[in-house]
Design a protein around this ligand. Structure first.
Ligand SMILES: Nc1ncnc2c1ncn2[C@@H]1O[C@H](COP(=O)(O)OP(=O)(O)OP(=O)(O)O)[C@@H](O)[C@H]1O
Ligand SMILES: [Mg+2]
Ligand SMILES: [Zn+2]
Length: 515
């Protein structure tokens, strides 16, 4: 793979845009009728196609094909120019970095020049909510009287930050999260086109994890493909740091059997092998949602393997709907609990305790369980004694050893470093993107990865050398590199000073309540 999948598979025509039919329909109709607006606002979650559709629009309005219904045809001069990023009349502005009045003024001066290649000059302003107040006012003037050859496409993930005055000047289109099955279909297509091998279940997991963001899904696939092996469910689970369904099944069974200790043990085992506590909680919620669907007679809507479905069916019969709802609420809180900022394992442990501990509301399950619940108390000290005794990964080099460069600087430029690697090192680039924790200890760059699998991929002499070279070229220091598995426990997040008070508090069982 030479190019990031999400770049390579950016739709080139309307027909390959997924899950945004309502937007595509309206836009293609106006192209056919030759009634294109001058100001559009595309709003919606990250990676759902806003920039993609903006480009399609720019291509379509400038396409030279005589039949408007064929635009963009991707064969005329202008279409080709857009596809090759050399079309002068499509101007993409990132408002996050050009957010001032001067930038907009500059734009307003240039806007009066006629297009040089096409019929329309299309300005795509990404992350438009980042514009300053003054810049918005300046933009508003342009939107009030745009020159006939200008089309504006404003894109944002945060529509509530756009002033009403601007909103009212734009034709608004809301982009939606792409449904899981449509993401899966797209991933399957890419898997075939790239000659990869992947289990369907792995693709479903990827699709779920990306919460409706197509780019996220494609990047996750990229990341898994970079391991060079078959993309199995097990691999996806390890790399994505999600727990196995078996873990979820065991946890729910422990609730049913009222054996909280067994449940806690299962949770700890999952976290120790690299699962992320919040995604574990999410998976439990997902599973409970499946139980609810089954209880309501909608087993067809449940996406799971046949074996899992059999288990689910049994669980669905054993719990009452009220119980399932209650458990969902509790685990959902754990999944979104912000106090878990650094020590989120606590939230899920407490959730389990609460679920098992509460008085049973349903007569249906009260019957088989006459034994009263053993109340479990989960306290921080009880649940995590090993955190304190276990040397934290940072502990190997004494905290007093001063980092020779600021880890914050490395963290900040990490994405950029990963992207700067040549195409021949696309694999390494993907691996760098999966690094979860970055720290500099003395002369050592410590990289935290989610699993042993990932470490075995990255920890090879030539790759390490390449990383060292990257650091040397960009920061002019020589660092050795150490890779560690970052799991949920006893770790200081990358953005917290590793030798400061906060780190010390964390290593002694404290938790960050707010960042
Ligand atoms: N609706 C979609 N259909 C097909 N592919 C998509 C869709 N949305 C996103 N993608 C894929 O994700 C990549 C990124 O999409 P795009 O840049 O359009 O997202 P965006 O909505 O502009 O995101 P952001 O808010 O981060 O700017 C595309 O190159 C494409 O591969
Ligand atoms: Mg975009
Ligand atoms: Zn064309």
């Amino acid at each position: 793979m030479t190019q990031a999948l999400y770049r390579k598979y950016r739709p080139k025509g309307w027909d390959t845009v997924i899950g945004q039919d309502h937007v595509v329909q309206t836009l293609t109709n106006s192209i056919k009728a030759d009634r294109v607006g001058h100001a559009y606002l595309f709003a919606g979650p990250r990676g759902t196609g806003k920039t993609t559709v903006a480009r399609l629009l720019a291509k379509a309005v400038n396409c030279l094909n005589e039949d408007p219904a064929q635009r963009p045809d991707n064969t005329c001069e202008n279409c080709k120019a857009v596809n090759e990023n050399r079309f002068m009349d499509m101007i993409e502005i990132d408002a996050a970095s050009n957010n001032g009045v001067d930038d907009v003024r500059d734009l307003r001066e240039k806007i009066n020049f006629s297009p040089s290649q096409g019929k329309y000059k299309v300005y795509v302003i990404d992350e438009v909510h980042m514009l300053s107040g003054g810049a918005f006012n300046a933009l508003l003037k342009t939107l009030e009287e745009p020159p006939p050859h200008a089309i504006f496409v404003l894109a944002t993930t945060e529509i509530h930050k756009i002033p009403a005055t601007v909103l009212s000047r734009c034709q608004r289109h809301e982009f939606r999260r792409v449904p899981v099955d449509e993401i899966v279909t797209n991933l399957k297509y890419i898997v075939a086109a790239e000659n990869l091998t992947a289990d369907d279940e792995a693709l479903v997991l990827i699709a779920r994890q990306s919460a409706g963001g197509m780019r996220d899904a494609q990047s996750l696939l990229d990341q898994l493909a970079s391991t060079g092996t078959k993309i199995t469910l097990a691999l996806a689970q390890t790399v994505l740091g999600t727990a196995t369904s078996k873990t979820v099944l065991d946890i729910i069974s422990s609730v049913l059997d009222r054996q909280p200790a067994r449940g806690l043990e299962t949770i700890h085992r999952a976290l120790d092998s690299g699962a992320d506590p919040r995604s574990l909680a999410r998976q439990i919620v997902e599973y409970l949602r499946g139980l609810m669907l089954i209880q309501m007679g909608n087993i067809d809507q449940v996406e799971a393997t046949r074996e899992v479905k059999v288990q689910m069916d049994a669980h669905a019969k054993a719990f009452s709907t009220t119980d399932v709802l209650r458990m969902m609420k509790i685990f959902n809180n754990a999944a979104t609990d912000l106090r878990g900022g650094w020590q989120p394992s606590l939230s899920i442990e407490l959730a389990l305790a609460e679920v098992v501990d509460a008085p049973t509301v349903s007569p249906q399950i009260a019957a088989p369980r006459q034994t009263p619940l053993q109340p479990v108390s989960v306290s921080r000290t009880e649940s995590q004694p090993e955190v304190k005794s276990e040397a934290p990964p940072q502990g190997e080099s004494p905290a007093s050893e001063k980092p020779i460069i600021n880890s914050g600087d490395v963290i900040k430029s990490w994405k950029h470093l990963a992207a700067s690697l040549p195409k021949t090192q696309a694999n390494l680039s993907a691996l760098l993107n999966s690094v979860k924790m970055i720290d500099v200890q003395g002369k050592t760059l410590v990289l935290g990865l989610a699993s042993d699998v990932l470490i075995s991929k990255i920890d090879k002499p030539d790759q390490i050398e390449a990383i060292q070279k990257l650091i040397k070229d960009n920061f002019n220091v020589e660092l050795s590199v150490r890779c560690i598995v970052t799991n949920a426990k006893g770790k200081v997040p990358a953005n917290v000073a590793q030798d400061g008070m906060v780190a010390a508090a964390i290593q002694h069982g404290g938790e960050i309540v707010d960042m």
